[in-house]
Design a protein around this ligand. Structure first.
Ligand SMILES: Cc1cc2nc3c(=O)[nH]c(=O)nc-3n(C[C@H](O)[C@H](O)[C@H](O)COP(=O)(O)OP(=O)(O)OC[C@H]3O[C@@H](n4cnc5c(N)ncnc54)[C@H](O)[C@@H]3O)c2cc1C
Length: 410
């Protein structure tokens, strides 16, 4: 009977548990997690704050998930070390947990850059965990002026969570545009305008010169008074357990297509690893929920001895921000093709005859079809792509059938 151990209790861990149990009902599974909670959906912490969800509904799996999958949980405990030679995990309380197969699913942590005068700020918040959301919720009042450093996904999700509950939200970012890692210039402008209509104030191409108690001086010369500071400038993968055990780490933990690290019997998945992005042909950290699940599941299948072809991965982000929906995927290299109509903004990126990426803002109905074109790397000349943009549902039909349908007047 195999002993499986998983460090982390989030998306990648869920994938791994479900991957293992697809074929091994007998082995023991132990989950170790620093956070003391039942597995929850991390992206929902902003909806918890604005009341669109609650602790019960944000559970990522039902209450009987561990019991049904025969999982032993060690919650509220940090794994301090992996002894890869003797195959056990050392907990911070000194207990050793032996394993036959281990998954490292430790995710990432907020990056806090050095900023002058930061010590003068009583409690700088971050926005990654349920505890972060609970603490921030306790602190905000209708009179709070909140300063968010970082106009990326996490900073803006935090803004969404507190909108309407505070007096003012100001967002500062070094970049000249918001959501710069997933949107192009025009897309960012549209989303920014939407958020400004909701009351957010942006200082872009700007950064912190120094903090004073209750205010920040910006490099542009401006001063912004604030009561609450949230730092959301980026995340760093939690790789130390693997690097200290002698495993290979670049920006994230290095894994092969089976999600196996360079250490024997040690796998890794999710935000802590580097993955192969099929749209750029390069390894990068793809800190996104669907990838974490798929990698966790792949790892679980292999840990249980199943040969399984791993799914091609690429960045993909589906997000609602204060009522505006957007989905982005892949890389933005190659020929851009713009479809613009009223509130809708769609840009497709085509290189070497295949779809490499897209940005959809407003009308996101075609995302599933475009995503499968990227995943399959379907040559676009095989599929009357110009027609497909007008009638994307046709991708479900055979080439012959599509021709028939397209021949009919619409
Ligand atoms: C506010 C917010 C909004 C987001 N929105 C989106 C979105 O719209 N779309 C999307 O795709 N993704 C989104 N994400 C990202 C998504 O949540 C992550 O990609 C996903 O949670 C990664 O899962 P994971 O299992 O790899 O790691 P994590 O969810 O980070 O979990 C890792 C777990 O491991 C634990 N851990 C770490 N080190 C140790 C240790 N030494 N011992 C024990 N336990 C340890 C941590 O405490 C944590 O519980 C969002 C994230 C945030 C914070």
């Amino acid at each position: 009977m195999k002993r499986y151990v998983i460090i982390g209790n989030s998306t990648a861990a869920a994938g791994c548990i479900e991957g293992i149990r697809q074929s091994d009902r007998d082995g023991t599974v132990t989950v170790i997690s620093k956070e003391p909670y039942h597995i929850y959906s991390r992206p929902l912490i902003s909806y918890l704050m604005n009341g669109k969800t609650d602790l019960e509904r944000m559970k990522y799996r039902p209450d009987d998930f561990y019991q049904k999958n025969r999982v032993t949980t060690i919650l509220g405990q940090e794994a301090a070390k992996i002894d890869a030679q003797n195959q056990f995990v050392l907990l911070e309380n000194g207990q050793g947990i032996p394993y036959d197969e281990l998954l490292v699913a430790t995710g990432s942590r907020p990056f806090i850059p050095p900023m002058e005068g930061i010590k003068k700020v009583e409690h700088p918040f971050t926005f990654m965990t349920l505890d972060d959301a609970k603490q921030l919720q306790q602190k905000i009042t209708p009179d709070s002026r909140v300063l968010i450093i970082g106009a990326g996904l996490i900073g803006l999700k935090c803004a969404e969570g507190i909108l309407g509950q505070v007096k003012k939200i100001t967002v500062v970012d070094l970049s000249d545009r918001i959501l710069s890692s997933i949107l192009d210039v025009e897309g960012s402008k549209r989303v920014q305008e939407h958020l400004e209509e909701k009351g957010l104030v942006f200082y872009l191409s700007d950064s912190v010169l120094s903090f004073e108690a209750g205010s920040v001086a910006l490099k542009s010369g401006g001063t912004v008074p604030f009561d609450i500071l949230v730092i959301a400038v980026g995340v760093r993968p939690n790789t130390e357990l693997v690097s200290e055990a002698g495993g290979e780490v670049n920006r994230g933990i290095v894994i092969n297509s089976h999600c196996k690290t360079t250490l024997p019997h040690v796998y890794a998945a999710g935000d802590c690893v580097e993955s192969f992005d099929i749209t750029t042909g390069q390894n990068r950290v793809l800190a996104l929920l669907p990838n974490a699940y798929l990698q966790g599941e792949t790892a679980g299948l292999f840990m249980a001895g199943n040969e399984q072809e791993s799914l091609p991965l690429f960045p993909m982000n589906a997000m609602g921000l204060m009522g505006l929906h957007m989905i982005t995927a892949g890389s933005y290299e190659g020929e851009p093709m713009l479809i613009q109509d009223g509130d809708t903004y769609q840009k497709l990126f085509i290189r070497d005859g295949v779809l490499k990426g897209y940005i959809l803002i407003g009308d996101i109905k075609r995302a599933g079809i475009y995503t499968s074109l990227i995943r399959e790397q379907t040559p676009l000349d095989e599929i009357e792509f110009e027609q497909m943009k007008l009638h994307p549902q046709l991708i479900a039909l055979s080439k012959q059938k599509r021709k028939q349908v397209l021949a009919q007047p619409h």
